[in-house]
Design a protein around this ligand. Structure first.
Ligand code: TYM
Length: 332
């Protein structure tokens, strides 16, 4: 059976990178896979979160997923902390994965920065919790943006080592699903940096909560260079901001990037940006409106999460029971 697991952190606004790199693909994969989508609140607290904000962000990210077209009646949407299997399996994986493997994780280096000694233990062990998220459901496919690829490789290694250590064929090797132009959306202020929730400048990203005027302003202010748009992708060499904006256009319109270049060849960025604003507003506007409507009814969001948690728990619980048996934990 083909089962998807994927997650998003409730650490702030969902942005265009989350939407194009992940959530939009989740929506499209729903017809082909059994899907489990998780708001990973336990991952969020690896960095300090204000408790009230965490609660609000959990609801808002859920609203964003539903507004984008995730179908919580056919598939599962829930927040991670409500299903014990994640923490249970993460501990076992803490004892399977090696320090050396985790030491190589670039995301830890980026997030801990120069203050490694002061980072939480959770931030270091984060990838093991992520492996547990996926493997507690024995998920076979994981749709993510490019930045999660290294964590997925670690999940595969951990699954393999568990199987080898215990002489079983229990965990599958989860396959990453990473799609084209949108797999790595870059900052609007610096085309060499990933668009991210944690960037200080709100002008670096388009949030899924931004209204049409804000989207227009951010795209108008987006960094570009002085050259007109090139006719082919070769002409984007050394032009990260131009490349990023063309990539965003391609992803939003479901076109190939080369076709976007051909369409706008020789035009000025000021002109191109007008078209990009119209396109972005036409795609994000309806999602934004639906998110607002959903956020006005937190009780409904909570009931979606509650129902998802029950169904997620029903899948994970027997898997964890088998893992406990394999490990040799006594069930008196
Ligand atoms: P998070 O919350 O940072 O991001 C959620 C999803 O959005 C993708 N993404 C991007 N895609 C393209 N361009 C960008 N600029 C961009 N920024 C983010 C991410 O790749 C991700 O798919 N560790 C994960 C959450 C997680 C998870 C999991 C994912 C926890 N457990 C199990 C899959 C399976 C994270 O921090 O995603």
């Amino acid at each position: 059976m083909k089962r998807i697991f994927s997650g998003v952190q409730p650490t702030g606004n969902l942005h265009l990178g989350n939407y194009l790199g992940a959530i939009r693909n989740w929506v499209r994969l729903q017809s082909e896979f059994e899907c489990i989508f998780c708001i990973v609140d336990m991952h969020a607290i690896t960095l300090w979160q204000d408790p009230k904000e965490l609660t609000r962000n959990t609801r808002e990210v859920t609203a964003g997923m539903l507004a984008a077209g995730v179908d919580a009646s056919k598939h599962i949407v829930f927040n991670q902390s409500t299903v014990p299997a994640h923490a249970q399996l993460a501990w076992i994986f803490n004892c399977v994965a090696r320090m050396g493997w985790l030491n190589r994780m670039t995301q830890f280096k980026d997030k801990a920065g120069k203050h490694k000694e002061n980072a939480s233990v959770g931030l270091f062990a984060y990838p093991n919790l992520m492996s547990a998220d996926i493997l507690a459901y024995r998920a076979t496919h994981v749709p993510v943006g490019e930045d999660q690829k290294q964590h997925l490789e670690l999940a595969r290694d951990t699954a393999q080592k568990f199987n080898n250590d215990f002489g079983v064929e229990f965990f599958p090797q989860p396959e990453p699903l990473i799609f084209g132009a949108a797999a790595r959306i870059m900052s609007l202020r610096d085309g060499t940096k990933k668009m991210s929730k944690s960037d200080e400048s709100d002008y670096s990203r388009i949030n899924m909560t931004d209204d049409a005027d804000t989207i227009a302003l951010k795209i108008r202010k987006a960094k570009t260079d002085l050259e007109p748009l090139p006719a082919t992708l070769d002409g984007l060499e050394g032009r990260p901001e131009a490349s990023n904006l063309l990539g965003i256009y391609a992803a939003l319109s479901d076109m190939e990037k080369a076709d976007v270049a051909a369409r706008f060849a020789g035009r000025q960025f000021s002109e191109f940006k007008k078209d990009l604003v119209d396109l972005a507003v036409s795609v994000l506007g309806p999602i934004n409106a639906e998110m607002k409507r959903l956020m006005d009814d937190p009780a409904h969001i909570d009931s979606v999460l509650r129902s998802g948690a029950e169904r997620a728990d029903a899948i994970a619980r027997p898997i964890i029971a088998e893992v406990y048996d394999i490990v040799g934990f006594l069930k008196p």
